[in-house]
Design a protein around this ligand. Structure first.
Ligand code: FEO
Length: 398
């Protein structure tokens, strides 16, 4: 355990081995953060993924007999945070589960309807503005639907000025350090950006509402349920500023070219576009989906105003790597992005419809017609790609 404030302890689980979180690559692992508040009514905020139960319990037992826990606050049903509530209830017979209305529905679907629990679950359902008196503290709740699921909520301790916002402001990052200032703001922001792009990006409107509500609170510390805690005033200001930017779908004046290639022809087109942009001093990044995974590519798209998507054609469709990526992108819906499509084909261009329709469905506005070249592009065809530098610079307003 780690004491983060008088009578408040981190009792989570560090997932050093995690490398894939339902498709999101996590080379730095992750943590599932649980927080124990030792007040007259001991209260645990969130739990951990099922395989972290023993470690969480070991940490809790250093502080208290778990049987004395009176409340288990479930800010979010997803099983990385609520996966051990069932096990914990068996040794916390007095504990009530505090959650949002949707949280109660979700927990019942996960634990009770499946017959996995033979003990009584005592729910205490809360809504925005409700208070929970745990002794010296009166905890408050803020429902934040879709950040990340309909059930998500934050818990706030006014007397500590600590916000426990669950997934919001989190990062997939395993570390023995608990605070952003111990690891460095650059690392934390990089991981927070990847987390936002892959988990929260479709819900910008909802995030803006949460930020508005959060702006009315005095916050001395943000304790998310993944990764590092934000505790310095500068770091808290930084993550709030970045969340505002991401939620408003703002981006940087840069280009990302995301593609895959079969016999290097699409790669030649991607490289030529890259060279023209580089010569024009336009910041540009190449992402080859054969090498990079979806979650990295999506993070680059969140950071880039112009998105250029390319693929070779295989059996009248885009390459499977690109097809899977387009499915992922359509779900995440980056807004306020501009771009066009390109690629190489053998005898039919019909497969490029996959690219064009996915770009439209993702909300990326077309700034030029798709550029498709047969078999191996000639030097003249490659040179023709220079005509797109003007429209790209216009879209970037540079
Ligand atoms: Fe970290 Fe939506 O769960």
């Amino acid at each position: 355990m780690r004491k983060i404030r008088d009578d408040i302890y981190w009792t989570g689980y560090i997932d050093w081995d995690l490398r894939n979180f339902h498709g999101y690559s996590t080379p730095a692992g992750s943590t599932y953060n649980a927080y124990l508040i030792m007040d007259e009514k001991p209260t645990l905020i969130d739990t951990v993924k099922h395989y972290g139960y023993d470690e969480m319990l070991w940490r809790i037992k250093q502080i208290i007999d778990p049987a004395k826990i009176q409340y288990i606050i479930s800010n979010h049903t997803e099983m990385d945070h609520s996966g051990t509530i069932g096990a914990l209830l068996k040794i916390c017979p007095n504990a009530q589960i505090v959650c949002s209305p949707k949280g109660a529905e979700g927990l019942k679907r996960h634990f009770l309807n499946s017959g996995h629990s033979d003990i009584e679950w005592k729910f205490k359902v809360v809504n925005t503005g409700d208070e929970l008196d745990i002794g010296k503290r009166k905890l408050k709740f803020l429902l934040m639907p879709m950040v990340h699921w309909p059930d998500s909520m934050a818990t706030y301790s006014p007397s500590d000025q600590i916000l426990f916002p669950n997934d919001a402001f989190g990062q997939h990052y395993a570390s023995h350090q608990r605070y952003v200032d111990e690891v460095g703001i650059e690392v934390a922001l990089k991981e927070a950006a990847k987390y936002y792009a892959n988990i929260v990006m479709p819900y910008g409107a909802q995030v803006l509402k949460v930020l508005e509500a959060v702006s009315t609170l005095t916050i001395d510390m943000i304790c998310p349920s993944h990764g590092l805690i934000w505790r310095s005033a500068e770091d808290i200001a930084q993550i709030i500023v970045h969340y505002k930017k991401w939620a408003a779908y703002e981006s940087n004046k840069q280009v990302v070219i995301v593609y895959d290639t079969m016999w290097h022809s699409t790669e030649k087109m991607a490289m030529k576009l890259y060279q023209f942009l580089d010569q024009a001093q336009v910041p540009v990044k190449l992402v080859n989906l054969k090498i990079s995974d979806y979650s990295e590519a999506v993070t680059d798209i969140m950071n880039s105003k112009v998105v250029i998507l390319g693929s070779a054609i295989l059996n009248n469709h885009v390459l499977p790597s690109v097809g899977g990526f387009l499915t992922y992108l359509k779900g995440l819906k980056p807004k306020n992005r501009f771009g066009f499509t390109f690629g190489s084909y053998g005898w039919s261009k019909v497969g490029f419809k996959d690219l064009e329709s996915a770009m439209e469905e993702s909300g990326i506005e077309k700034i030029a017609e798709g550029q498709y070249m047969q078999f191996v592009p000639s030097a003249e065809e490659l040179a023709s790609l220079e005509q797109f530098i003007g429209p790209i610079k216009k879209a970037l307003a540079i």
